[in-house]
Design a protein around this ligand. Structure first.
Ligand code: FPP
Length: 250
């Protein structure tokens, strides 16, 4: 079932979301930060289904950054437990909607109790093709580049490639996102104009949409507003408006 309120002509193929504001939402409601993250998971569930109905093929959610390991231990543990509970209790959502789960980031750093469930969920959903949900977990764009450079240096030393092979396409193949198109649109909730180390290589031509809405309050209508905004943008990729017009009329 496709959302009829969204024109299917220029739906972003890949949407990234920087989910921000769980802590502020919790404070506003006199609740603990973990309760804020809990409410954030409720939004995740709604938005995954809505995004699929709007025709998005790849949805990347910034769920835990490399820098988030520096948060207080109880919050880090709470977030990892939340990841596990979400995947255990809501795996049916992936099955019901034929959504494939994948992840980007430094998987080895995720505690075993959560990693085990994550790997199981990835395995169980690997044949679905309606939408891919990419969780960015223990993810940092600079860390991703560092790991890519290490891998590439090893391939150079072992003579699996040569320096003349290095170009933008080749670099992209060393990134965690090698199987996905670059994000067309990145939404950030809670009003901060920052990219916070989210997909720096991949987002050079992404459109950004920042809303003041805190992530736990982010609704299907907010997603629709972001997509409508995107559909009214002219993406020039370094060219002029005239060049683009000429291409569409020829
Ligand atoms: C930012 O809010 C959000 C995060 C650090 C993590 C996002 C996590 C979730 C939505 C829940 C976990 C998701 C899954 C898929 C299990 P913040 O705490 O930085 O908010 P603040 O800036 O208002 O303090």
């Amino acid at each position: 079932m496709i959302d009829v309120n969204i024109s299917q002509n220029s739906v972003p193929k890949h949407l990234g979301i920087i989910m921000d504001g769980n802590g502020r939402w919790a404070q506003k409601h006199g609740k603990s930060r973990i309760e804020g993250h809990n409410q954030g998971v409720e939004t995740v569930k709604k938005i995954v289904v809505a995004a699929k109905h709007m025709g998005i093929k790849y949805l990347s959610l910034y769920a835990f950054s490399e820098e988030n390991w520096k948060r207080p231990e109880f919050e880090v543990k709470g977030l990892m437990e939340l990841l596990k509970t979400f995947l255990e209790a809501d795996l049916h959502m992936f099955h019901d909607n034929k959504v494939k789960l994948e992840m980007i980031g430094n998987k080895e750093k995720i505690p075993f109790f959560a990693r085990k469930v994550l790997e199981h969920s990835i395995q169980k959903t690997k044949n679905y093709d309606e939408m891919t949900l990419i969780l960015a977990l223990s993810y940092g764009g600079r860390d991703e580049l560092k790991r890519a450079f290490e891998h590439m240096a090893k391939d150079l030393l072992d003579q699996r490639m040569s320096i003349s092979d290095i170009n933008e396409k080749c670099i992209s193949k060393y990134l965690d996102t090698k199987d996905y198109p670059d994000p067309d649109l990145i939404i950030r909730s809670s009003g901060e104009f920052r990219s916070s180390n989210f997909l720096p290589w991949q987002s050079v031509y992404s459109e950004y949409y920042v809303t003041d809405v805190l992530w736990p309050d982010f609704s299907e209508n907010d997603l629709r507003a972001a997509l409508t905004h995107y559909q009214n943008r002219e993406r020039r990729f370094g060219k002029t408006s005239e060049q683009l017009q000429a291409r569409t009329t020829s």
